[in-house]
Write a protein that binds this ligand. Structure first.
Ligand code: AMP
Length: 216
């Protein structure tokens, strides 16, 4: 089962990918995560991609494609995989089809920008112990104070509404050609993600069954 997951930052894609990956025993491959790990480890690849990733610019196709080529040749990908963050350009999508075995399905997760902003901008984290809260959906007992360690909660820079809005715009521009590519090939399924994660995940499983990608 070879899948591509597409969706804007804050839509919950990581949560859905984790659930589907565990349920069907296929790896969740995020090119962004791979790059961040390599940068943290200070490898040669990490040094090559650092500047792009830190500036939010696209890493050149040749580098990304090589990374994905190697990753997909690992034995754990034999039964399939979930690609997340790749392909991001038309060329990456074409090479995935022509040289890397192609995919069965691309799943696009969507929700109105306002829903994403409400979710993401309500998120608060504890700078000391890392606990995560949501002022509306999972509030701490005392106003903006961590239940676990009593530290004043903060909002991540990335979670501020104006930053979420900007990243959404960048997402739309970047992925638009890739979305069109899969739509034209009849390989795109769109799933509404403005609801509880369990419902979204159940819908993904329903689609996979309907497409004959998993047994009943
Ligand atoms: P992400 O976590 O998917 O937002 O990726 C973080 C960063 O890694 C991006 O802003 C890019 O700099 C780089 N990156 C990840 N995937 C790709 C890709 N498929 N093509 C080009 N650059 C990528």
């Amino acid at each position: 089962m070879r899948l591509v997951f597409i969706g804007p930052p804050g839509i919950g894609k990581g949560t859905y990918a984790k659930a589907i990956s565990q349920k069907f025993g296929i790896p969740h491959i995020s090119t962004g995560d791979i790059f961040r790990e390599e940068i943290a480890k200070g490898t040669e690849l990490g040094r090559k991609v650092r500047e792009y990733v830190e500036k939010g610019l696209l890493v050149p196709d040749e580098i990304v494609i090589e990374v994905v080529r190697q990753r997909l040749s690992q034995p754990d990908c034999a039964k399939g995989f979930i690609l997340d963050g790749f392909p991001r350009t038309l060329r990456q999508a074409e090479v995935l089809d022509s040289e890397l075995g192609g995919i069965d399905l691309a799943i696009l997760f969507y929700a109105p920008l306002e829903v994403i902003i409400e979710r993401v901008s309500g998120r608060r984290i504890c700078p000391k112990c890392g606990a995560i809260y949501h002022i509306k959906f999972m509030p701490p007992k005392n106003d903006e104070i961590c239940d676990r360690c009593g530290t004043k909660l903060i909002q991540r820079e990335d979670d501020k509404p104006e930053v979420v809005r900007r990243r959404y715009e960048v997402y739309l521009q970047t992925f638009e050609p890739v979305i069109r590519y899969y739509r034209e090939k009849g390989k795109l399924v769109e799933i509404f993600a403005g609801r509880r994660a369990e419902e979204v995940i159940a819908d993904v499983e329903r689609v996979l069954r309907e497409k004959g990608l998993v047994k009943e």
